[in-house]
Design a protein around this ligand. Structure first.
Ligand SMILES: [Zn+2]
Length: 117
């Protein structure tokens, strides 16, 4: 692991700790003055993790789409095709999210293909 990655991992750990502190405060407000059962702590905590996962997936997919070339050769006929950016709703294992992805359409072959696939 290089110095940049080490710094990013440390930054992530600090941000996650702050997020956990905020999530605990929200739980405390929602649970009121009684003693919560562990399920009442675990389930909302798990939901916070799912929200983070969806944010990471959408953000990283957008980065990957932005890094794609603007033109790519059709895998069937080799013709250069323009790459477009599409938004699509997907249901990930952690919940629904809006995914940004690249798609190209070959007019000669009358087919679309995904450059990142
Ligand atoms: Zn083609």
């Amino acid at each position: 692991m290089d110095a940049k990655q080490t710094g990013l991992e440390r930054n992530l750990a600090e941000i996650l700790k702050r997020a956990a502190d905020v999530a605990c405060q929200i739980q405390a407000i929602e649970q009121g003055s009684g003693t919560p059962h562990f399920d009442e702590i675990e389930m909302p905590a798990h939901e916070v993790g799912r929200r983070l996962s969806c944010l990471v997936q959408a953000s990283r997919a957008g980065e990957v789409a932005a890094e794609q070339d603007t033109d790519i050769d059709c895998p069937d006929c080799g013709r250069s095709c323009h790459v477009e950016i599409n938004k699509r709703e997907v249901h990930s294992m952690d919940g629904p999210l809006e995914l940004i992805e690249t798609v190209a359409h070959c007019r000669r072959c009358r087919r679309s293909f995904f450059p990142s696939a």
